[in-house]
Design a protein around this ligand. Structure first.
Ligand code: ZN
Length: 139
């Protein structure tokens, strides 16, 4: 069995944002040489997500609105977590809502997606460098 590991770095210039990381993951898969197996991709920070959905701007705006309704950034004193001196209580909740990781089947050397599926990095407390782990196993 082959195994491949890589860390991808991101710095989103705003507090929140979504980045389509599918092309980078396809490059990782090509570099791994794996034809049949599984690709795992997870955010290595507890205020960021990796998730699969459609690359459609309206939907991303809907996600942003939905997340702000469920876990508004302000007022920051609504979160006990922010008593630590941080202001990212909302970002931890948003991360949990959008998920930590995705696993995608690798078939014939390609990511075996359903229709319209793309992989995104979701940032909820940006303006600093953060990592995503890519692990691919198979043959
Ligand atoms: Zn925090």
């Amino acid at each position: 069995m082959k195994s491949y590991r890589k860390e991808l770095w991101f710095q989103v210039p705003t507090r929140r944002g979504f980045v389509n990381i599918t092309p980078q993951l396809q490059e990782c898969l090509a570099a791994s040489g794996i034809q049949e197996g599984l690709l795992l991709c997870n955010a290595m920070h507890i205020t960021a997500s990796v998730f699969i959905n459609d690359d459609e701007g309206g939907l991303h705006h809907d996600f942003e609105k939905w997340l702000e309704q469920l876990a508004p950034h302000e007022p920051i004193n609504r979160y006990l977590h922010n008593r630590t001196g941080e202001d990212n209580g909302d970002a931890h909740l948003k991360r949990t809502l959008m998920g930590r990781e995705v696993v995608v089947a690798v078939t014939g050397g390609k990511l075996d997606f359903g229709p319209w599926e793309q992989i995104f990095y979701g940032e909820f407390d940006g303006r600093r460098r953060k990592r995503v782990l890519v692990k691919i196993i198979g043959e």
